[in-house]
Ligand binder design. Structure first.
Ligand SMILES: [Zn+2]
Length: 285
């Protein structure tokens, strides 16, 4: 009898307390925020008052696990010194900053090897994570499943397994599955969801799966292209996404929409999803 935990990705330009308020307005019960400026390097320091307000809202409204997303510009797989050092600094600071805010999860894109090969890229990611994760945090760092565009690492479950296995503190690492990315990477969640989940379980273990990015895909199956579509408006389709949400192995997880809609659109999308899910009687809250 699990409660549906659903929210959207939110800009934190308006501050973290106002972002939490906006989540309440959307009638969502979780949110994903950027850990800092998604395309740059700066971050805001929240005042104690704002932090307190944020903590009060999330408690009063019983938010599920919150997810922070590291910037897209960060590439921990890189062999270029400046790019790599920037990534190491960002992940180290953001693990600490998000942990301090009692955010449950920090997700990041493992990175692109840009020609040095998957194995060397993975070694760089491992070193980068090891200088960021002390093992004393409460936060869990999530590796995201990727579409495999360009030289992206993480389009195969085996990549994520190799990263986790190489770490000093694997116990602080989990996985975030993006429905759009895995579909574009060639995992057929439309026709063979059980088979995909069996494979995930076999390679990584379903216990490591902590969050779902609930996105439809504008790009075809196995295209290795990453373009999110609104729920039910892409090539994955509503039925397949609902099967993901209702799957007994997944239904208790938090779902985060990263769909190309504005606040009003997201509010409507969440309302519609909740309505369909409850109508079909698959859940008792
Ligand atoms: Zn992502």
């Amino acid at each position: 009898m699990s409660v549906l935990t659903i929210g959207t990705h939110m800009s934190i330009a308006r501050g973290i307390a106002n972002t939490a308020k906006n989540t309440v307005w959307m009638e969502a019960n979780t949110m994903q925020i950027f850990s800092r400026n998604p395309r740059g390097s700066n971050f805001k320091v929240y005042t104690p008052k704002e932090t307190e307000q944020f903590q009060t809202i999330r408690k009063e409204h019983r938010f599920g696990p919150l997810l922070a997303h590291a910037p897209y510009t960060m590439n921990l797989a890189s062999d270029q010194e400046r790019v790599y050092e920037f990534a190491c600094t960002v992940i180290r600071e953001d693990v600490a900053r998000m942990d301090e805010l009692d955010i449950e999860y920090l997700v990041f894109h493992p990175g692109s090897h840009t020609g040095i090969g998957v194995e060397r890229g993975i070694q760089n990611i491992i070193r980068g994570l090891d200088q960021a994760v002390t093992g004393n945090e409460k936060i869990t760092v999530l590796l995201e499943t990727m579409s495999g565009k360009g030289t992206e690492i993480g389009a195969r479950f085996e990549h994520l397994k190799a990263i986790r296995d190489g770490l000093a503190h694997p116990e602080r690492i989990g996985i975030c599955l993006d429905t759009c990315h895995v579909f574009a990477a060639g995992y057929d969640i439309v026709n063979e969801l059980d088979k995909v989940l069996d494979e995930f379980d076999h390679v990584l273990g379903l216990g490591l799966l902590k969050a779902i990015h609930l996105n439809d895909s504008m790009m075809p199956f196995d295209s290795h292209k990453d373009r999110h579509a609104a729920f039910g408006e892409g090539l994955i389709g509503m039925e397949a996404l609902l099967r993901v949400m209702r799957h007994p192995m997944l239904s208790g997880l938090p779902f985060y929409l990263e769909t190309p809609l504005d606040d009003q659109g997201h509010k409507e999308e969440i309302r519609r999803i909740k309505e369909i899910i409850s109508k079909n009687g698959q859940r008792d809250d």
